[in-house]
Ligand binder design. Structure first.
Ligand SMILES: [Zn+2]
Length: 118
């Protein structure tokens, strides 16, 4: 099946507006509309919330569901905090009050974070 695309007229290469690479080679995170969404353009809100039976969780809101790997972030946050956690409707929830540590980790990853006292 070689030459499947042979003969296709080459279009002008489209380059990424963020890194300047040809789109095929671009590794920039993108949202569902194809726009570049680096962590710096995903402001996150970290807050403490009360769950059933008065249990405290730390929630992280504002992640782009496509441009961010929420599952990988959840794994990092769980091991950093030594706590369980889950993702509900795109919101990361870590058991316990770990706002400071989570805020530091996400800021290091490049996200603008706002920690809300609650
Ligand atoms: Zn790029």
């Amino acid at each position: 099946m070689s030459g499947l695309f042979a003969g296709t007229p080459l279009e002008r290469p489209v380059t990424c507006e963020q890194c300047g690479a040809v789109l095929d080679a671009c590794q920039c995170p993108r949202d569902s509309t194809g726009c570049v969404r680096p962590p710096a353009s995903q402001p996150l809100i970290i807050r403490r919330e009360k769950r059933r039976r008065g249990k405290l969780v730390t929630s992280v809101q504002g992640l782009d569901p496509v441009a961010s790997d929420a599952t990988a972030l959840l794994r990092r946050l769980k091991s950093t905090c030594g706590a369980g956690g889950t993702i509900e409707d795109g919101v990361i929830e870590i058991q316990g009050d770990h706002r400071t540590r989570i805020g530091e980790l996400l800021a290091e990853a490049g996200y603008p974070v706002r920690v809300i006292d609650g």
